[in-house]
Design a binder for this molecule. Sequence first.
Ligand SMILES: C[S@@+](CC[C@H](N)C(=O)[O-])C[C@H]1O[C@@H](n2cnc3c(N)ncnc32)[C@H](O)[C@@H]1O
Length: 369
Amino acid sequence: MYANFSTKQDNIPMKFPFKFPKLSAQQAMYEAQKIAFSPMTFQAVRIAWKRGLLQLLSDTPEGLTPKQVAEKVDMRLYGVRVVLESCLSVGVVSFEEEKYFVTKTGQMFLYDEMTQINMNYNHDVNYLGMFYLEESIDSATPVGLNKTFGDWPTIYPALTALPEPAKTSWFEFDHYYSDNAFPIALPHVFKSSPKKLMDIGGNTGKFSMTAANYNDDVNITIVDLPEQLAVAKTHIMQAGLQARIDTIPTNMLDHSQALPLGYDVIWMSQFLDCFGDEDIIAILKRAAQAMSVDSRLFVLETYWDNQRFEEAAFCVVNTSLYFTALANGTSRMYRLSDMLGFMEEAGLTVCHTVENIGKGHTLLEAKLK
Ligand SMILES: C[S@@+](CC[C@H](N)C(=O)[O-])C[C@H]1O[C@@H](n2cnc3c(N)ncnc32)[C@H](O)[C@@H]1O
């Protein structure tokens, strides 16, 4: 239904991810063991990266024995051995003639920003809380959040109060994915020269400030929880944009609160994935009530079944588990067809779709049906 209006950033077709070749029983057994031991290998690789073992091997193309590594990094020989042997088992280093070498996979931890951001996010935000995934599923509450970071209803009011390094890792994860998408989305958002834009879930103001600098005529209102808006206000003041960007503290889960009228564009980036199905439909209905026939709603999201690259689909689909155990116990990363169904139920119709934005985002432009 949306395909007729679709703009792809390139011509590479999307394909449904996770179709694996048939394995022999022995291969399947090996794959299963990789999963069974994945918390151990995750930590071993993280330590090899953080404590400089991978960098040292990368700087030494002729390779190093464990003893030579131990002499150059601040770790006892025992630790070097167990960490590198585990890294060897997952192809992060190779081993020939008693010497270790970093592999191409190992280089990713040193030089690929996405890998680094995902590792920090999974260690600093998710790792301990994930132990409570099952309880979070059964109770529909973020038990992992409560056990590791305190008694919050969801992670959102807690964000600015998270201890370091969890706070930095959360914001780096969030911003890494959306920052790349904003410059590509802006020409689509501004093609109708909107004068008033509402950024719902605007967080620390990154999109709103980018949009205000992109177009001199637009006035913007950020709607978010008070804790985020306090940080956003500081950023807006520092950028001297307070005359054009204001804020309305709102709990978007209170569906009795109507959204203000008169906005040409409503923008929601990586926002609706913070809610379960029923709340998304209720929020979209409130957006629809605030829209005129000429207003447009733009929704920027990553859908796990709408990715060019399988590794991106892997990251997106597994981010759902963070939502379960840490964020709120109810939301997830959606399929594109899920979101189209929510729009439909809320009385909205998608009139334009832009795929392959930034790190795998899809931009939906919707209007009243
Ligand atoms: C994943 S962040 C996305 C931030 C930003 N739009 C971006 O694209 O990077 C989700 C935002 O939604 C806000 N949010 C979550 N639950 C909310 C609620 N119940 N009411 C208002 N805002 C909420 C959070 O505070 C956060 O700023």
